[in-house]
Ligand binder design. Structure first.
Ligand code: FE2
Length: 274
């Protein structure tokens, strides 16, 4: 089974690149399941229902989020009817929507996707480790589901690595999001779980984390906001990670970065070449 995870869509440039190119990627490379982090898709802040629908229509099976999930106020309402949109699982009880769900892939496999958020240098939610542990114990890989993907939306690499080792052997892929820069540490951990500290963003890399540079630079210089952050709208790089899954165990056979277009050096999963 072949899975693709794309990092945070940022603004119009990022979402249009993905909406334009994802259908051909799914078709040409026989992708069984696609997950996209969409929490910065609407002008950098949250995701509207219309954008969500466009991303799903382009071929995403699930859209994950993070700390910006509620930036578009409507999300509090529409997330209840959109079961393919996930918010972090470790919000306090009673939060709208869901932090994990089981989906059917194109090959018929049952895929559990979970979205968790770190607590280091971020708003402190409930403990993501306990939440993920409970999920993995109640929905075991290879018995209840055929694959498990955890989007660990976090600032600190240490917390992402800790989550990956905590889930090693119990999940197919643990991938970090939120920091918007792809890391070069993609690997299969000793227990068989694929891991990459950050999937990067789908957006314009001539920017500060996808945003026009002037305002972030000015805030660093003066410590006074002088305007709003707005997404940089130059050509986007699509950035993510691809995983080949062993259908017998649900563990990873291969992990490789994907980078297409824009300013980043291209990378293409070897298993996808024909
Ligand atoms: Fe984030």
């Amino acid at each position: 089974m072949r899975l693709l995870f794309l990092g945070d869509l940022v603004g119009r440039s990022g979402r249009e690149a993905v909406i334009d190119q994802l259908p051909a990627l799914v078709e040409d490379h026989a992708l069984d399941f696609v997950i996209v982090n969409g929490e910065n898709a609407a002008g950098g802040f949250g995701i509207t229902e219309e954008i969500l629908q466009n991303v799903l229509d382009a071929g995403a099976d699930v859209v994950t989020t993070g700390n910006h999930v509620w930036d578009q106020r409507d999300t509090l309402v529409y997330i209840e009817r959109q079961d393919r949109l996930l918010r972090p699982i470790n919000f306090p009880p009673g939060a709208p929507g869901r932090g994990a769900n089981i989906f059917t892939a194109r090959n018929g496999a049952r895929v559990l996707v979970a979205n968790a958020m770190g607590r280091v240098f971020m708003d402190s939610l409930d403990d993501p480790f306990t939440a993920i542990d409970t999920l993995l114990e109640t929905t075991p890989l290879g018995r209840v589901v055929d694959a498990i993907v955890i989007d660990m939306h976090a600032e600190a690499t240490s917390e992402k690595q800790a989550m990956a080792h905590f889930a090693d052997g119990r999940a197919t892929l643990v991938v970090g999001t939120h920091t918007h820069v792809p890391t070069a540490d993609h690997q299969i951990l000793p227990g068989g779980t694929a891991y990459m500290s950050d999937a990067g963003m789908c957006g314009d890399y001539d920017s500060v984390l996808g945003m026009e540079k002037d305002e972030p630079i000015s805030r660093f210089l003066r410590k006074i906001p002088s305007g709003r952050f707005s997404p940089a709208n130059g050509e986007a790089s699509i950035s993510g990670v691809a995983v080949e899954i062993d259908d017998a165990t649900g563990l990873a056979r291969e992990i490789a970065p994907l980078r297409i277009g824009g300013r980043l050096s291209p990378a293409f999963p070897p298993a996808w070449r024909r």
